[in-house]
Design a protein around this ligand. Structure first.
Ligand code: URA
Length: 208
């Protein structure tokens, strides 16, 4: 498995703005969507293409289109929803599945509360998205659900990852590529990423 850190200056600049605790929900939301779109550009770099002939106003061009398996995005609820505007702008034909997980207060393990996947999910390449890869438990569970649904090719995309989250993913699914904008120091006692950018869901939806 590869961890690919997207170090494009635009991505890094937007992450800095998102980290700022003074950034309000409107700007934060826009930054999450824009960053997701830029990161998606890298995460889809290996999509296969084929050459076709296309009539231009001036003649016939041999030009490439995306070929092969179709894409689906799967945001982990709720913060993953914040990334969807940017992703759907870039790949409007993609289908979208949703996986909702909450953390059991005693076991701290993720519990499924909502799963709705496209019927043809097993025929699609899937990119799971969540802005924060913290403990990795939710990401691992989401990928388990997708594998059980027959998905063969899955990637994971987050804006900020912790070393613990990356390690958990590597242990469970070494074949899954991780795309992240930054890898931070680690987790605090409440499993928040430090320095991170706080609770991404709360900041996207203004719930705090
Ligand atoms: N989820 C968040 O939104 N932020 C963190 O730091 C960790 C998990």
């Amino acid at each position: 498995m590869a961890v690919q850190r997207i170090d494009h200056p635009l991505v890094q600049h937007k992450i800095t703005l998102m980290r700022d605790k003074m950034t309000g929900p409107k700007e934060f939301r826009e930054l999450v969507a824009e960053t997701a779109m830029l990161m998606c550009y890298e995460a889809t770099r290996d999509l296969p293409t084929k050459e076709i002939e296309i009539a231009t106003p001036m003649g016939v061009a041999k030009s490439k289109i995306i070929s092969g398996r179709k894409l689906a995005f799967v945001p982990i609820l709720r913060a993953g929803l914040g990334m969807m505007d940017g992703l759907m702008t870039l790949v409007p034909a993609a289908k979208v599945g949703h996986i909702g997980l909450f953390r059991d207060t005693k076991s701290h393990e993720p519990v499924e509360y909502y799963v709705k996947l496209p019927e043809d999910i097993a025929e699609r390449d899937v990119i799971v998205v969540d802005p924060m890869l913290a403990t990795g438990h939710s990401a691992v569970q989401a990928i388990r659900i997708l594998k059980q649904a027959g998905v063969a090719n899955v990637k994971f995309m987050c804006i900020i990852a912790s070393p613990e989250g990356i390690a958990a993913m590597q242990a469970a699914y070494p074949e899954v590529d991780i795309y992240c904008g930054a890898e931070d120091q680690g987790l605090n006692a409440d499993a928040y990423i430090v320095p991170g950018m706080g609770d991404a869901g709360d900041r996207i939806f203004g719930t705090k």
